[in-house]
Ligand binder design. Structure first.
Ligand code: SAM
Length: 294
């Protein structure tokens, strides 16, 4: 099978199967061999690796992955693509295609069965409409992972990579940076896809930390606190967190914790680093537990 990264070959396959693009599945297929090479290079795949590909489409990147990895598991939601994948991947005996919604698949089970529970690598040109739930699902369910190398909307890649004091900084930046080291490896214009998306794209590699970069007493509490801090971005932390539903902390307790950290009571969440959020959450977690026990 000739490489599908060349536009004429992709068009020939689409015509052969009379394929109709489904907008609801975020279908934009890659037709640029330079970008494909760049993704593969960034993902650092070797013959030892078991790779999970999310949304293989017609199998363009899957072919590249199959050449380099020991094994590829590709999860595709659109059943119209399954016969096409059987055709385009016919010459590879190390690829398994699963016709399912990635958000419903038990990835931990796949890692146990296919890789003896050892960390896998995830590579994907993601459907943009569910980028955040896919990434957070992978991290929060503690799937054993070495890295995630993904094509996402450019603006989302920026949000994952930035630090405090920028307009893109928010809950996604902090969540990603708690679990992984982000690095944008390529910017990809709309003309590298068929059909062309309305937005610019970027490839970002998230290299999973073996140990989190900060010590947190209760991860769930820290993330609830981070979400509450950015829910009302323009509010001070004292106003945003005090009495936020689900946190059970008072304004006075927030003031006390900020004072302990040497921070002003008028500070906003958007200027706090991950380390500061971790410290604030540890302090508030203890203060709150103290009042609950009294
Ligand atoms: N990997 C292909 C490529 O690079 O040309 C296709 C990428 S396209 C942006 C996204 C793919 O994800 C489509 O094939 C789409 O059908 C699939 N997809 C969308 N939602 C999905 C889901 N919830 N689970 C699994 N696959 C999904």
């Amino acid at each position: 099978m000739a490489t599908l990264g060349i536009p004429q070959n992709t068009i020939a396959v689409l015509q052969k199967y009379n394929f109709n693009f489904q907008k609801k599945f975020g279908q934009n297929f890659l037709i640029d061999t330079t970008v494909l090479d760049r993704i593969i290079e960034a993902s650092q795949i070797t013959k030892d690796d078991c790779v999970l590909e999310i949304g293989p489409g017609i199998g363009t990147m899957t072919q590249y992955l199959a050449e380099r990895a020991r094994e590829v598991i590709a999860v595709e939601i659109d059943k119209a693509l399954i016969p096409i994948l059987q055709d385009t991947l016919a010459e590879y005996d190390n690829v398994t295609v699963i016709n399912d919604d990635i958000l419903k698949v038990d990835i931990n089970k796949i890692v146990q069965e296919r890789n003896d529970g050892r960390p896998i690598k995830v590579v994907a040109n993601l459907p943009y409409y569910i980028t955040t739930p896919i990434i957070m699902g992978l991290f929060e369910s503690h799937v054993p992972l070495k890295s995630i190398t993904i094509m996402v909307q450019k603006e989302v890649a920026d949000r994952m990579q930035v630090g405090p004091g920028t307009k893109d900084y928010g809950a996604l930046s902090l969540a990603v940076q708690f679990y992984a080291k982000p690095q944008i490896v390529a910017n990809v214009p709309p003309n590298c896809f068929i059909p062309r998306p309305n937005v610019g794209s970027a490839v970002i590699r998230l290299t999973r930390y073996e140990e989190p970069p900060v010590i947190v007493k209760n991860e769930q509490f820290m993330f609830a606190l981070i979400r509450a801090s950015f829910n009302q971005r323009r509010k001070t932390l004292v106003n945003g967190l005090g009495n936020a539903s689900g946190l059970s902390v008072t304004k006075d307790q927030v003031v006390a914790a900020l004072e302990e950290m040497g921070l002003s009571a008028t500070i906003r969440g958007e200027v706090l680093t991950l380390e500061q959020f971790a410290r604030l959450s540890n302090l508030l977690f203890d203060i709150r537990r103290g009042t609950m026990l009294n």
